[in-house]
Design a protein around this ligand. Structure first.
Ligand code: SME
Length: 160
């Protein structure tokens, strides 16, 4: 694997395009879900320097548990329908939160987190098996471009 991974520059779209290619290549070479989640969290985090980037896995019909991540210590368990992550899982839909203080039930793992995006990961039966959660220390960080590309990234994980 290339040591140059993650030296990505350009506009947000250009960064995501390059990142997506790298992610496809990393996932094509490895079938272990946790290993791929660990590398993806690192690659996304290093490219955009977000506050927190990581995964929560569905471990029962009621609960998510913390998976591989980059950034500060985080909450370990989240109930279905709770917070942004639990909502993304329950609704099977990406959540963009421009201001976490305005999201009812937002779970503040860190008071530095100001905006957030959570993207569900679907298995081959189209059930949610994990969510990708990205937090920013600034308001209004995530838009439709992030949603489009992060959903493409989530889709790469479908075949793992
Ligand atoms: N804020 C999330 C919890 C996870 S942490 O931010 C890493 C939520 O409301 O689901």
């Amino acid at each position: 694997m290339a040591e140059e991974l993650n030296i990505i520059e350009g506009t947000k779209e250009e960064k995501y395009e390059a990142l997506l290619k790298q992610i496809e290549s990393v996932v094509a070479d490895e079938s272990d879900l946790i290993a791929n989640m660990a590398n993806l969290a690192s690659m996304i985090h290093e490219t955009f320097h977000f506050w927190w980037t990581g995964f929560y896995r569905v471990i029962s019909d009621k609960e998510l548990v913390l998976g591989p991540f980059q950034g500060p210590l985080a909450c370990t368990r989240i109930k279905k329908g709770r917070g942004v992550c639990g909502t993304a899982w329950a609704e099977a839909k990406t959540q963009i939160v421009p201001d976490v203080d305005l999201f009812p039930g937002h779970i503040a793992c860190s008071s530095a987190s100001r905006s957030e995006i959570v993207v569900p990961l679907f298995d081959e039966k189209d059930d949610v098996f994990a969510v990708l959660d990205i937090d920013s220390a600034e308001l209004n960080t995530f838009d439709e471009t992030d949603k489009v590309y992060l959903e493409k990234i989530a889709n790469v994980m479908k075949n793992v």
